[in-house]
Design a protein around this ligand. Structure first.
Ligand SMILES: [Zn+2]
Length: 240
């Protein structure tokens, strides 16, 4: 698999490159035209995210172990999302390969759809193995109980773009559902340059956040979700 430039996933640096965004003049339909480096956003055949139809999946025999810790370092509003950056925060094991958590960020509404349905929010936990292969663990949020860790994140969530703030420790596991059943498929970054070769794992069980929390994050992020992309010949694995 290719090496990726993690800084382009959703970084402070990327906002100073081509001015991609989610508005009519710079939104997903225009990305490929904004910069030749973004051409995969248009012509890629394994783009993310997708609509998952559970009756068109294949049983997965791959084990997934989530081993996230309690560390957190920086929080930044990079102009595209609110992102937490991590150092030594543990990670996960998938197909016997260890991936470390590098950063997590949010999209409102969700980018992933399940049976054609969107969720009010989606969290992307970006992981990297020792060879810089990327794995995105996606968690869907629905309206319900207040989430304590989201409160902590909201108390820091910066409005000023590009400024990095230090955060307290957070319990990353409190952002995850109890059940770790998942859908897995090959995909891409959902932001320019839309690089492919990214392993995607979408957890089936969603996590609750209060309406206030969902509204507060949406007020900062606005609509920052790319539309669903064609599945093409990809297989979606499903584990209960
Ligand atoms: Zn994302």
């Amino acid at each position: 698999m290719k090496k990726f430039f993690l800084s382009l996933v959703c970084s402070v640096g990327s906002m100073y490159a081509a001015q991609w965004g989610y508005d009519k003049h710079n939104g997903p339909d225009t990305w490929a035209k904004l910069d030749s480096k973004f051409k995969l956003c248009n012509i890629g055949m394994k783009q993310s995210s997708i609509n998952i139809e559970s009756n068109k999946t294949t049983e997965s025999r791959n084990e997934l172990h989530l081993l996230h810790g309690t560390n957190s370092k920086d929080i930044v509003n990079n102009g595209h999302t609110i992102m937490l950056q991590f150092n030594e925060a543990g990670g996960l094991v998938y197909q016997n390969k260890k991936y470390n958590l590098v950063q997590l960020h949010f999209h409102t509404p969700s980018e992933t759809q399940i049976e054609g349905k969107s969720y009010p929010m989606e969290m992307h936990m970006v992981h990297k193995d020792s060879e810089d292969n990327l794995l995105v663990l996606a968690v869907l949020f629905q309206k319900g109980q207040n989430n304590a860790v989201l409160n902590n994140i909201l108390s820091y969530a910066p409005m000023d773009i590009g400024k990095v703030y230090q955060m307290d420790m957070i319990y990353i596991s409190q952002l995850l559902p109890k059940n770790h059943g998942y859908y897995a498929f090959g995909g891409s970054l959902t932001t320019p340059p839309c690089e492919e070769g990214v392993q995607w794992i979408v957890l089936k069980e969603s996590v609750e956040a209060s309406q206030y929390q969902l509204d507060a994050l949406h007020a900062i992020l606005k609509d920052n979700a790319r539309g669903v992309q064609p599945l093409n010949d990809r297989v979606i694995l499903s584990a209960p």
